[in-house]
Design a protein around this ligand. Structure first.
Ligand code: ZN
Length: 418
């Protein structure tokens, strides 16, 4: 492997301290033209005949491994020579760190990495994300050798980032995104490409982040919001029902709802079967509906007849800016959700956190209690993940459980267009 030879000791000093390489000077005595001689004690190069004549530049060093460095400054040269000798002593001398073309420069390598990712089978959005994050790192680290970027540098970079629009510090979740891009670059790519040895990979700072706990609410509050939402959107009950679906089936995303067509709703089997969901790359998404929701869909179908290809989220009547059966805007839910939250004095709970995350979290808590009872040893996190991934029958059972719980609390009245 190339690296091993690159790391081979360039030193010839067996046992003792490395004294490899040396410092030289091109300047001559300005009086007699003689070579100036190195005097380490006086820290410079002097004429042996005219001791007050001192070299003012033209210093250079030669070091085994084909290394030549030059500078006008004697101290700089001595520091570099000492560093290389020290690294040799430590058995970690890498000539690439000292070559003038700087083959380990972060900016150069990061750009190669970005270019390579462009041919990866990942989404364009992901490619843009990677490029955007590395370009910001390039602005900070420039041509610093990748070997000189450690845990501390990475931590300072990530903690120092601000939101490009608001100028506020990044959320921990965003920090984790930056960290994972850098992590792949440093710990995988640089090693595979033999720029770093596995033991040279920097440790990464630990960034704690929770799944937006502050942005969720309780099931009780969720009920309250849904009730008000329902009252306020009587002109189009699909707005309330959409939120109801989002909070009951956490695999369903607002984008899915917006794309859902009448033909995707199979009332015979009680499922929503979406051939092209927003996430999942071509995999169809099937959501088993609880009976109450099948009934609501049936009522909708009677009240608002439709052709199979029509979007489910259509306006139910003519309005000032829209016509009956016209598809509702994508932000419709969000707008109504925020309006109702404002009125109820609920702060910072977005549609997603207030429906999906609130339900999953509450359910995970419910499930983990049972899991604890059964002594399966599942941690809350595992139960949570398991819940998020459950499909089909298992998911239906969970959704049913949530709906039952709501029913009990509301003494029977659950869902109906009323
Ligand atoms: Zn002289």
């Amino acid at each position: 492997m190339q690296l091993n030879s690159a790391y081979a000791r360039a030193s010839s000093s067996a046992g003792g301290l490395c004294m490899d390489g040396n410092i030289y000077c091109r300047q001559k005595c300005s009086i007699c033209g003689a070579k100036l001689v190195h005097d380490e004690r006086r820290r410079g190069f002097f004429c042996t005949v005219h001791p007050h004549v001192m070299a003012t530049g033209g210093f250079y060093i030669k070091f085994p491994g084909g290394i030549r460095r030059a500078s006008k400054c004697y101290d700089t040269m001595m520091r570099q020579l000492t560093a290389m000798r020290y690294e040799t002593d430590q058995d970690r001398f890498d000539p690439r760190m000292h070559r003038p073309d700087n083959p380990l420069a972060f900016d150069k390598l990061a750009r190669v990495y970005i270019a390579e990712r462009k041919t990866d089978p990942i989404s364009d959005n992901m490619k843009r994300q990677i490029e955007n994050k590395l370009v910001q790192a390039i602005a900070v680290w420039g041509d610093r050798p990748v070997k000189a970027i450690g845990r501390r540098e990475i931590k300072h970079f990530i903690k120092g980032l601000t939101n490009q629009r608001t100028g506020k510090p990044l959320s921990n979740k965003s920090m984790v995104n930056y960290s994972s891009v850098l992590h792949h670059f440093f710990t995988k790519w640089l090693v595979e490409e033999e720029y770093l040895m596995p033991h040279e990979v920097p440790a990464f700072p630990e960034i704690k982040y929770e799944l937006g706990w502050r942005k969720i609410t309780t099931l009780e509050k969720q009920d309250e919001i849904l009730d008000v939402l329902r009252e306020r959107t009587r002109h189009n009950p699909k707005i309330w029902f959409g939120a109801e679906l989002l909070r009951t089936y956490p695999t369903m995303r607002p984008g899915d709802l917006h794309r859902m067509k009448e033909e995707d709703i199979d009332l015979e089997f009680g499922v929503i079967d979406m051939p092209k969901p927003t996430k999942g790359r071509g995999q169809r998404k099937i959501v088993r509906l609880v009976d109450e929701h099948v009934e609501v869909f049936r009522e909708f179908r009677e009240r608002y007849p439709a052709m199979p290809g029509m979007p489910f989220l259509r306006h139910c009547a003519n309005g000032t800016n829209y016509k009956r059966d016209q598809q509702m805007g994508e932000n419709c839910f969000r707008r109504w959700w925020n309006r109702v939250c404002d009125d109820l004095g609920v702060e910072g709970v977005q549609l997603y956190g207030g429906t999906k995350h609130t339900t999953t979290t509450a359910t995970a808590k419910m499930l983990s209690r049972e899991a604890a009872k059964a002594a399966t040893g599942h941690t809350t996190d595992k139960a949570f993940l398991r819940y998020c991934q459950t499909k089909g029958e298992e998911a239906l059972a969970v959704h049913q459980q949530v709906v039952e719980k709501r029913k009990k609390k509301n003494s029977g009245k659950v869902v109906s267009l009323g």
